[in-house]
Design a protein around this ligand. Structure first.
Ligand SMILES: [Zn+2]
Length: 395
């Protein structure tokens, strides 16, 4: 998956949109290859400027298509209560990173299918506009890259964009986990077996099978003379194989911790600060006493509201600390990333970003009341116990 070397482009509703540096290679190749493509379709020679402009416009439109695909996943996941931390575009497309795994086969299916639906809609829209401008015959000619003086640059661009999105659609629907098609397969297996881990293992094994197929076909292309296509496919196969293997390992691990819930490992007697407490009291009676970097903040009915970190309290000027309340300076958990349901399986905490960043999370009940605090230490200990390590002393 994408390396850490990436550039943040923009933020959309709190989601960081970044590009991996490998993406610039794609951009360069696409522009280079497409200039030739447009010269062929339009029947012009090397000196014409139009093919280059069309190539740059196409590359940007392709970029936007992939981004919209990932935003499709992101919008549905967010609606289902699974915040997306970032979207990264890289060598082989895009990745929308969810802050946690889905919790039902239905949710898994909806999130997985959202991206391909967006891609299909883009392809159809391009075809519809292209046909409206040039007529069906003309558009079809452009789709087949046949040189024709009648074809305008815009129609050629729409035809290419429709084709590339169709290709992205088909590729993503291959049932090779973690591709979208593989996630759909996982959702179906999950619904049928009722077992998330078995479904993940099945889908990941299917993904491994496809990845070996990709590598084999890629090598076949390579020896038969298609250098670029062969290397590309084999590389995709190699990357798929790696991530599928990772998921197989993870699901084996997950099945060992089945039946353990967040409530089993949390500190069920957490120290929390009320919103109405003054900052002065928060510092004196909590931070100086317990020396923790943060505390959960609750309202009058014990509902979890967010966190107060030491730095935020310290940042309040001393003379005003007795007048300001914790409610004015704490970090509100608006997106729900700082909490986890106490009855959720322990597994949902694996790969949780907020847990890694803060070292702990608030555990809440169905009404959002604070029930405990779960720390990375406690989770780590529970995991070590589950995989049969030496019993750790409990605190
Ligand atoms: Zn997708």
């Amino acid at each position: 998956m994408p390396a850490r070397s990436q550039l943040t482009l923009l933020r959309i509703k709190g989601i960081r949109i970044g590009v991996d540096y490998s993406w610039f290679l794609v951009l360069f190749l696409v522009i280079f290859w497409l200039s030739g493509f447009y010269r062929d379709v339009l029947g012009v020679d090397d000196s014409a400027l139009e093919p280059y402009l069309l190539a740059v416009a196409s590359a940007l439109a392709f970029f936007a298509s992939i981004l919209l695909h990932e935003l499709g996943h992101a919008v549905v996941a967010t609606r289902l209560g699974i915040p997306i931390t970032d979207i990264t575009l890289w060598l082989f497309g895009g990745v929308a990173r969810m802050s946690r795994d889905t919790d039902s086969p239905g949710a898994e299916f909806k999130v997985a299918v959202a991206g391909p639906v967006v891609t299909a809609a883009i392809a159809l829209a391009c075809a519809a506009v292209g046909i409206a401008i040039a007529g069906a015959d003309e558009f079809w000619t452009a789709m087949r890259v046949i040189e024709d003086p009648e074809i305008s640059g815009v129609v050629a661009l729409l035809a290419w964009l429709a084709s590339i999105n169709l290709l992205v659609l088909v590729f993503n629907l291959i049932p090779a986990f973690p591709l979208d098609g593989g996630r759909i397969a996982r959702a179906i297996a999950w619904r049928v077996t009722g077992d998330r881990n078995r479904a993940t293992r099945l889908a990941a094994m299917l993904g491994q099978g496809f990845s070996y197929l990709f590598i084999a076909v890629g090598l076949l292309w390579l020896v038969s003379g298609d250098l670029i296509g062969g290397i590309w496919l084999a590389l995709i196969g190699f990357i798929l194989a790696q991530s599928a293997r990772g998921y197989v390992r993870r699901s084996e691990f997950s099945s060992r911790i089945e039946g353990i819930s967040v409530a089993d490992v949390m500190d069920a007697d957490p120290v929390a600060i009320s919103e109405s407490t003054s900052v002065e009291r928060a510092i004196d009676e909590y931070f100086l006493r317990y020396r923790w970097p943060w505390f959960p903040v609750v309202d009058a009915t014990d509902r979890f509201r967010g966190l107060l970190v030491r730095e935020a309290a310290d940042a309040v000027p001393e003379p005003t600390r007795s007048q300001q309340t914790v409610g004015e300076v704490f970090e509100l958990d608006a997106s729900g990333t700082l909490r986890v349901r106490a009855d959720a399986p322990l597994e949902t905490l694996l790969g949780n970003d907020a847990l890694r960043r803060l070292g702990g999370l608030a555990a809440v009940d169905a009404d959002g009341r604070l029930r405990g605090v779960v720390t990375a230490d406690r989770v780590g200990r529970a995991l070590r116990d589950a995989v049969g390590g030496p019993p750790a002393p409990s605190s």
